[in-house]
Design a protein around this ligand. Structure first.
Ligand SMILES: [Zn+2]
Length: 140
């Protein structure tokens, strides 16, 4: 379903989990999916293993885990809300590869950057045909 809301609403505890995972894995891009139940707006993060050949500068979600997460989302009446990955050494801006390899148009795209030393940075985007449009993130 098309994205209507231009602000990404994310629960603080879930964001803390995602940021902690990124910080605990400073040598690889972590990746995962967020499911959202539109009836009660409850969101949940599903961590997926990065099986890219070079996980330090790219991500490829483990297909089996991805299918399992999508099935769990369905069971919980959730739809895919966002795709998340981290950039260990670069800023929270989508790489050319991120833009080219993203297959989801109506799903938010979230990047966590560990580039800034102390505090991880998180940015949200809405995928466009050949780019990604930045959106605000609000913690709830
Ligand atoms: Zn990336």
């Amino acid at each position: 379903m098309p994205i209507k809301d231009q602000t990404l609403l994310l629960p603080q505890p879930m964001v803390n989990t995602m940021l902690a995972l990124a910080q605990q894995n400073p040598d690889i891009e972590i990746c995962g999916l967020i499911g959202n139940n539109e009836n009660n707006n409850r969101k949940e993060y599903y961590a997926i293993d990065n099986v890219a050949k070079n996980p330090a500068c790219g991500f490829l979600m483990d297909a089996h885990q991805q299918i399992k997460a999508m099935k769990t989302m369905r069971d919980r009446q959730q739809t895919l809300y966002a795709i998340v990955h981290s950039h260990p050494t670069t800023s929270a801006i989508p790489s050319q590869r991120d833009i080219e390899e993203n297959n989801y148009r109506d799903v938010y795209y979230i990047i966590i950057s560990l580039n800034a030393k102390d505090v991880p940075e998180m940015r949200g985007y809405i995928p466009q045909a050949d780019s990604m449009q930045a959106v605000d993130i609000a913690l709830i």
